[in-house]
Design a protein around this ligand. Sequence first.
Ligand code: ADP
Ligand code: MG
Length: 356
Amino acid sequence: MARITLDHIRHAYGPNPKSDADYALREVDHEWRDGGAYALLGPSGCGKTTLLNIISGLLQPSHGRILFDGQDVTNLSTQARNIAQVFQFPVIYDTMTVYDNLAFPLRNRRVPEPEVDRRVRDILEMIDLGGMAKRKAQGLTADQKQKISLGRGLVRNDVNAILFDEPLTVIDPHMKWVLRSQLKRLHKQFGFTMVYVTHDQTEALTFADKVVVMYEGQIVQIGTPAELFERPSHTFVGYFIGSPGMNVLPVQLQGNAVRIGSETLSLDYAPQAAAGAKTELGIRPEFVNIGREGMPVTVNRVEDIGRQKIVRATFAGQPIAIVVTEDSEIPADARVTFDPAAINIYANSWRVGREG
Ligand code: ADP
Ligand code: MG
């Protein structure tokens, strides 16, 4: 187990990168706490796999250093970094039995055979392949092969970290849930540093203590699920976490207030932004109140989503979503208010904090 530090990591796949757009990773500075369970969440193409491969040593970054417990490992091989990595698609030995596939990484490290046997059987149980130990991996289903890959990543208990790159993509939904809780249990038991890549927010929010959100080659926020929901540090996090995502409305700042179209909203603080910055107000659909009080709004349509309804409306010339309970009445001349504590202000897409 190790604390992993990424120090000013930049990476470009092509030669002669000129602008930020040429970098798959732009500037990543982050410390993964020893024994932490992290989810790395972000849309396809934002740089998640690139980042994992840089941590494990499969890829050499264009700039920056990687440290394990303060020791520079940037020039060490994958083998020397002692990291287990599970990929999105199975990486196994087809001609070996299921048992030998799992035993391989242990025998490679000269673990005594009785201990190999104990650990392999334990993991076989966990991945629900106990009955298939003697079968050749060849001919198994994609789902079973992926479980073997997962097992191979988990069988060693002396690794510095385990990196998972969307490992459950090909696993059926029920088994996904089972394996995820097993991973959580193993994490508690052995205290591995775990980084779990996913583009699925539910998966991230249930697995991890801390969620690291990536966007366009950068880490834009690290936080607990509640922090990501309540205080998105970047408008992207607001859109990406939650369903429907956060409403983002263009505003003008005026001291302790903001102007939206012809409406003025008072705040309990004065957000600061550089002159000329694009300023916006973020409010989650759950924290917009619709009724007879407040600012005028035009309701366009109402979508039923089980125990809740999403009201699609126009407010100050902008589209806005409002989430209400299924029994809510929406008056014809509806008006809205925003929960003051749930308002976030953004300048050039980044959240402007409250002073003090
Ligand atoms: P993610 O895993 O979040 O989907 P990736 O790390 O795979 O993102 O990709 C980040 C960016 O780098 C993307 O724009 C992708 O097209 C590019 N990229 C990834 N791998 C390569 C490669 N081998 N060669 C060139 N560009 C690549
Ligand atoms: Mg990827």
